[in-house]
Design a protein around this ligand. Structure first.
Ligand code: CS2
Length: 493
């Protein structure tokens, strides 16, 4: 039998359940992007906030790309469990804050109506970097992107995140125009300001009369979100059935750690997130940079080099001492570009990251993080390299990381097995690979010229030359030996 509202009272005592009655909860927010991350992060904070401080903060959660999440959660009345995995015993908890689940393409009128209702005070988003269909650095929608072009032509049946927001906002303006907060929770720098600019441009094209209201009554705070949430595995589902006594198709697994730093810039009420661990601050940027550059930057490094070296998970990769040294070197390179944050000790943060990466229970696969590199690398590595070179600092670990990505994009691992590249630019990468079949250096050169990723940096010899040296070494000596040789370089000693 599936988990549902009627069986909540019947759980084994060890399972934490909502400390309020979810069946009486009104909906106060809409979430776009119902993946595992939302279920293990914002929905948990909201569950805690409702339990502690009350309020009709139920979530209407929407997926826009596939019906999977709706099909998992709708038959369970939105309930699902979070399995917290660590070196200690697992902890199981059922979350009650998701009160409605919609699949955009089937239920777009309902999605737009939810965004327009005055009772909806917050929209949160986790749609991944590529979900914004934008050139993030330039803060411009990709006007030629198929979904964007579709939405410009069919504004009432949008497919893209920007199209859905624009249609919902326009409808809200026409209804009563109650103030609204749109809270971006994706791993992008200044994510609120980026989203604000994209939405304003989109609304300008489609609904120019809505723009003055939008400027005045809709706020876009930035936020830094953090919790390592590996993809759910089949084992999680069978273990959930045992732990809960009911089938749970929507279970997610996550590490114990969680962090949410939110810019205190709301248009109206919000859940009492600050009572349950979230930090409300006036400027999120220093936190975002720290997390993107130290955590996510290290993740991407391990994803590519670890994968090619033959490791399946991040934990296996970081436990290798040569990789741990390289990751530490990358973090130190990044740290030199950060401004101090009162109350944050970067050395302790680094040590905590190594510990989190090494959590053997996580099962966080390199291949999962390796996806969409073209969308992630600019803010994780390229921004750091640009700032370091401008200060006259070296980019040793950053160029080895970049070489690792290029090596990965080559599309064959060290056993000559094909690598499935998942990236919005995958077709461009495989065309480049096909053009340079036996010449790693000209392949590297061509990748370094992919403008949306590297900008001008790919043509800067201070960056491109060491990247190419590392690429040669990766092909000649293999990944493991190259990573081992790194810690012998003078720069690291
Ligand atoms: C990861 C992130 O997949 C990735 O790119 O780096 O999802 C990472 O696990 C989270 O940002 C941790 O908060």
């Amino acid at each position: 039998m599936r988990l549902n509202l009627n069986v909540l009272a019947a759980f084994p005592g060890a399972v934490q359940r909502p400390a309020y009655d979810p069946s009486n909860l009104g909906i106060g927010s809409v979430h776009l992007g119902l993946g595992a991350f939302h279920r293990a992060h914002q929905a948990v904070y909201t569950d805690d906030a409702i339990a502690g401080s009350g309020g009709d903060w139920g979530i209407c959660a929407v997926s826009l790309k596939t019906p999977t999440a709706r099909d998992q959660l709708a038959p369970q009345d939105g309930l699902y469990s979070v399995r917290t995995v660590s070196r200690a015993a697992d902890a199981w908890r059922v979350i009650g804050s998701v009160r409605e689940v919609l699949f955009g393409p089937d239920q777009m009128a309902d999605v737009i109506a939810r965004i327009a209702r005055a009772e909806t005070k917050i929209i949160t988003l986790t749609v991944t970097e590529k979900g914004y269909c934008a050139n993030v650095a330039k803060r411009e929608p990709l006007w030629d992107h198929a979904d964007i072009a579709h939405d410009l032509a069919h504004a009432d049946a949008p497919r893209s995140v920007l199209g859905v927001l624009a249609a919902g906002l326009h409808e809200r303006f026409r209804k009563r125009g109650a103030p609204l907060t749109i809270l971006c929770c994706d791993n992008l720098p200044e994510n609120g300001a980026v989203l604000e600019s994209l939405v304003h441009q989109f609304v300008t094209r489609l609904y120019p009369l809505t723009l003055p209201w939008l400027r005045k009554h809709v706020r876009f705070p930035s936020s830094m979100v953090d919790r390592i949430v590996p993809a759910t595995q089949a084992q999680d589902r069978s273990d959930a059935a045992r732990a809960l006594g009911y089938e749970d198709e929507g279970v997610v697994r996550a590490e114990p750690f969680g962090q949410w730093v939110i810019e205190d810039n709301f248009a109206a009420e919000r859940p009492a997130w600050e009572q349950v661990g979230a930090q409300l601050v006036s400027d999120v940027r220093p936190f975002e940079k720290m997390k993107l550059r130290l955590l996510n930057g290290s993740h991407s490094l391990m994803a590519y080099l670890g994968y090619v070296a033959g490791y399946e998970t991040i934990a296996e990769t970081v436990i290798d001492p040569a990789f741990e040294r390289l990751v530490t070197a990358l973090m130190l390179e990044a740290e030199a570009t950060l401004e101090p944050i009162p109350g944050v000790d970067f050395a302790a943060y680094r040590a905590q990251l190594i510990e989190r990466f090494g959590n053997p229970a996580n099962g966080h696969r390199c291949a999962q993080i390796a996806a969409d590199g073209s969308q992630k690398i600019p803010q994780r590595w390229i921004a750091v390299a640009n700032e370091r070179l401008a200060k006259g600092l070296d980019v040793n670990a950053l160029t080895l990381a970049t070489a690792g990505w290029i090596r990965y994009l080559y599309g064959k691992d060290e056993m000559d097995t094909a690598i499935a590249i998942s990236d919005p630019l995958a077709a461009e990468f495989s065309a480049i690979a096909a053009k340079h079949p036996y010449d790693a250096l000209s392949f590297a050169d061509a990748i370094l010229r992919v403008e949306p990723v590297f900008g001008a940096l790919g043509r800067n010899p201070a960056f491109a030359a060491p990247v190419k040296r590392w690429v040669s070494q990766l092909f000649r000596d293999g990944t493991q030996a190259t990573v081992e040789s790194f810690s012998e370089t003078s720069a690291f000693r």
